[in-house]
Design a binder for this molecule. Sequence first.
Ligand code: ACO
Length: 323
Amino acid sequence: VTRAVVIGHGHYLPERVVENEAFTQTLDTSDEWIKSRSGIERRHFAAEGEMTSHLAIKAARAALETAGVGADTLDAIIVATSTPDLTFPSVATMVQDGIDAGGAFAFDVQAVCAGFVYALGNASALIAAGQARRVMVIGAETFSRIMDWTDRSTCVLFGDGAGAIILDAQSGNGTSDDRGVLSVDLHSDGKLRDLLYVDGGVGTTGTAGYLRMQGNQVFRHAVEKLADTANTALSRAGLGAGDVDWVVPHQANIRIIQGTAKKLGLSMDNVIVTVQDHGNTSAASIPLALSVGAADGRIKKGDLIVTEAIGGGLAWGAVVLRW
Ligand code: ACO
């Protein structure tokens, strides 16, 4: 069988770091509330004029560097984002130009916080089908651009950033010992769209709009759906939670991350957590966490990883891969 194997990773975070305390100047909130309810301590915000594509290009260059391959060897670039620079063209085509990947076709995937899991599943399918041999998958967001800064229940939770991985077609023997993507499980429920959406767009205000979220309602769905999808993906790969070296979850809220790990029967020692430093970077959070975990030596070649995410749609899913 042909597997999509990770050969490189990288990330980029904007220079500007904003601590929780900064929000107390304009909002009735506190470091204590934000930290205890979400686990978030700080986040990065893009500079004026710094766009999602700029973050994505920097993460892409870092991934090419760790892979030791040239951009001209890429067959495809997929960017997961809900905060593109423009309505169109895609951020992925901007990355293609920015890194000089003339031989790659490029497109965006929009599944909000589940975007990276969706993009990874699609990249793996392209490789398995023989339509591409080397694919760059990026999650990149500037959620600071869709924040209502007067809404304390949302604006303290999100951050900006980008992460990237490069997948290569490699032959495996079809067992769960293979490196690469081993299984994918994706779900959507459009009936739940009112729980989390952006109130603008071409069909409404003609502007980008602001994020609206019923956080406690999303929370209620999160732990159960995330544990279910992770378990489904694991069993599809012929594996169980006991085989997992690292859970790399979407980083929205430490309580969701802890609740999901507990439901899976896993210790927090097996979870990569970056939410304290990055906030919720939507589709960027998983590739950021993968890149941070690989760069600091926790994630090693051969480790079994399950990634899981849920977000607007609702859309959710999990991918099991061996690093
Ligand atoms: N500072 C102080 N108080 C606040 C703040 C704040 N920043 N924000 C809200 N509060 C208040 C509320 O007004 C409420 O007050 P009330 O009881 O007087 O009405 C109280 O705190 C409790 O609010 P809840 O929303 O019930 O708090 P909860 O414990 O649920 O935590 C949170 C809120 C952090 C948003 C949590 O629900 C959460 O993380 N939800 C999931 C978010 C998520 O995973 N989203 C999906 C991914 S994002 C994406 O796809 C784009």
